[in-house]
Design a protein around this ligand. Sequence first.
Ligand code: HEC
Length: 185
Amino acid sequence: MLHATTSALKYCLALGSCAVAALCTLYVTRPTAQSNASPIYGVTIPAGYRDWKLIAVNQLKTDKVDQLRAQLGNEIAIKAFKERKIPFPDGTIIAALHWNRVPSEDNNKVLVDAFPGAQSFVVESAVNVQFMVKDSKKYAATGGWGFGDFKDGRPGDEALHKACFGCHVPAKAHDYVFAHYAPQP
Ligand code: HEC
């Protein structure tokens, strides 16, 4: 039974050789460590991103998807957005959180009297989360940005990540970032 990392490791250690154990440790731990990072860029999910501050929200609707999207930023990102600082400084991280959009009958019932015909929509299930990480040296070939796309905590494949930068080039004048800081309500 070698399905768990620890039991695989125990099996290796039982072989009684330090060299074998070391090799086994490499074999057992390497794929796990790699699978957390995005291909090409090696971007991992930054801790605490769900609590970052809001940059903006938008909606994406196609024949197939209907999503609500929030862009959040770490402290460096938020400061740069507020000061309209372009290019974004190293250490900037922008997170894009995507959810499926669904109508809310509960909300509609409450709203209908005050707002006849009201159609309220809410977020439902999570779709994915994307990150752009600024490191002008490490990611010099892609405008200084590293990209990562994750679904259920797992990064998407290489083909997906090959497409990121090219599609962000139209936003070059805003340092490859489409989002603008939403105005104060
Ligand atoms: C087909 C073009 C396209 C591709 C491919 C693409 N993006 Fe984007 N991306 C956009 C557009 C347009 C926006 C702004 C609209 C939106 O958020 O839906 C955006 C927004 C973002 C944002 C929010 C910051 C910003 O620029 O507004 C992040 C983060 C992001 N993308 C990451 C990624 C990652 C990671 C990949 C690759 C896995 C990727 N993108 C691939 C077009 C693309």
